[in-house]
Write a protein that binds this ligand. Structure first.
Ligand code: HEM
Length: 414
């Protein structure tokens, strides 16, 4: 099947705000009628969207789908010239990280941090994550006791928790966290190329300062370890140190916050599921896995491009095309997860793609799982009768082509 044979009425053609507010209805139609098709981003960039589970999984391990950011930039420049599309030129400073590389560079960079995120190392962080969680919930309880009936759960809890944890792990202060949140959102949202360029430049400057301070004040932390690696040029070259810190901080900002937000909303939407967690708090880890499958923080995996023609399902994608694999759609594929549109913490969630698949599988998954489990468990223990503080239909998702997370989640803690 070629692009011209596809029916334009069965699926959206632009990844715009309307699409992103409720992508699941569109994905269901696409999986049925048009599982791999060409669409445009809001800046007019043509991309191929992959929506079925089996195709998504195959694409994520296909070595012909590459990620090197220099090559992707070339492909985007060509598309921009051909189709009048726009894309940001965010420079190399924050781009030279493992998620934007293919082997062997990817392998070399990943090795440097993977040890810090093993299940055993992460489990050792449990008491500290529990303590931070308690402190944040204490603050929320104090506000409720003073009579506040509407607290934004994202602002008060879901955002500060992961950022505090990743800053402690890296050994960096969190004093600029609000700036960093704005910058990182501008870089990843995919809406405004100029805002992305400015934010990337500001972030690179901030990260260089951070690294300089740490060079003169070394500690026992991950950043000190990375700086030591950067002194051995076989291990970290050029911008790779700055980009690595960027990647770890952005991953800490943009994802776990939405796991907590989307997971909490799923529970508020399904009182029976919330009740199960309340009566058996040790279910929290299962709830997290289902939250990842049902409404994970990453809608679309990061851009890949075809280094030669690649057949995905029944569609041949030509060489030199951009490809977005929909993790959110794959995780709602009824062929893989029966009754997939229902949140059910007792289902078998094994094989969900919320953390990706293949060589770029999320390095931080054990940490994200730990934080999610502790957050949802303590939240339901502390505020068992929490309710939404606004009508459900007022909730909106932030504009981001790749990520999925609410703008605000106003709750009444009780
Ligand atoms: C990669 C999801 C939290 C660090 C990825 C990928 C996904 C993902 C889908 C692969 C993207 C692709 O293939 O295009 C998530 C989710 C999280 C989360 C859903 C929270 C619930 C974290 C945290 C960290 C982290 C807390 C570390 C601080 C990374 C890194 C990569 C990555 C370094 C790149 C791995 C590579 O290229 O080999 N993540 N992530 N993530 N994630 Fe996460």
């Amino acid at each position: 099947m070629t692009a011209s044979q596809q029916c334009p009425h069965t699926a959206p053609s632009v990844l715009d705000d309307e699409f992103l507010q409720d992508p699941y209805v569109h994905y269901a139609r696409m999986r049925e009628n048009d599982p791999t098709r060409r669409v445009k981003t809001v800046t007019g960039m043509p991309v191929w969207l992959v929506t079925r589970y089996a195709d998504a999984k195959a694409a994520l391990t296909d070595q012909r789908l590459r990620k090197d950011y220099r090559e992707i930039r070339r492909v985007m420049d060509n598309k921009a010239a051909e189709e009048g599309a726009e894309h940001p030129d965010i420079g190399d400073a924050v781009q030279a990280h493992m998620l934007n590389m293919d082997p062997p560079d990817h392998t070399r960079l990943r090795k440097l941090v993977v040890k810090a995120f093993t299940a055993r190392r992460v489990e050792a962080l449990r008491p500290r994550v529990e303590e931070i969680t308690r402190e944040l919930l204490d603050d929320m309880a104090a506000r409720a006791a003073e009579g506040e009936t509407e607290i934004d759960l994202l602002d008060a809890f879901a955002f500060p928790l992961p950022i505090r944890v990743i800053c402690e792990l890296l050994g960096v202060p969190e004093d600029r966290r609000d700036d960093f949140r704005t910058w990182s959102n501008n870089v990843v949202s995919g809406k405004d190329p100029r805002a992305a360029e400015h934010a990337a430049a500001a972030m690179a400057e901030y990260l260089l300062e951070l690294i300089e301070t740490k060079r003169t004040h070394p500690g026992e932390d991950l950043l000190t370890g990375l700086i030591e690696s950067s002194e051995d040029s076989d291990r970290l070259q050029g911008n790779e140190l700055v980009a690595m810190v960027f990647l770890l901080l952005v991953a800490g900002h943009e994802t776990t916050v939405n796991l907590i937000g989307n997971g909490t909303l799923a529970l508020l939407d399904s009182p029976d599921q919330h009740e199960k967690l309340r009566t058996e708090p040790e279910r929290a880890a299962k709830v997290v896995e289902e939250a990842l499958r049902f409404d994970g923080p990453v809608n679309l995996a990061t851009l890949r491009f075809t280094s030669e023609p690649v057949t995905v399902g029944e569609v041949e994608i030509p060489e030199g095309e951009l490809v977005l694999v929909s993790l959110a759609s794959a995780n709602r594929d009824e062929d893989r997860f029966p009754d997939a549109q229902r949140f059910d913490q007792d289902r078998a969630t094994g094989g969900h793609l919320a953390f990706g698949h293949g060589i770029h599988f999320c390095v931080g998954a054990p940490l994200a799982r730990l934080e999610g489990e502790i957050a949802l468990r303590q939240l339901s223990e502390r505020f068992p009768n929490m309710t939404l503080a606004v009508p459900r239909e007022e909730l909106r998702y932030r504009f981001s082509t790749l990520m999925r997370g609410l703008e605000r989640l106003p709750v009444t803690p009780a």
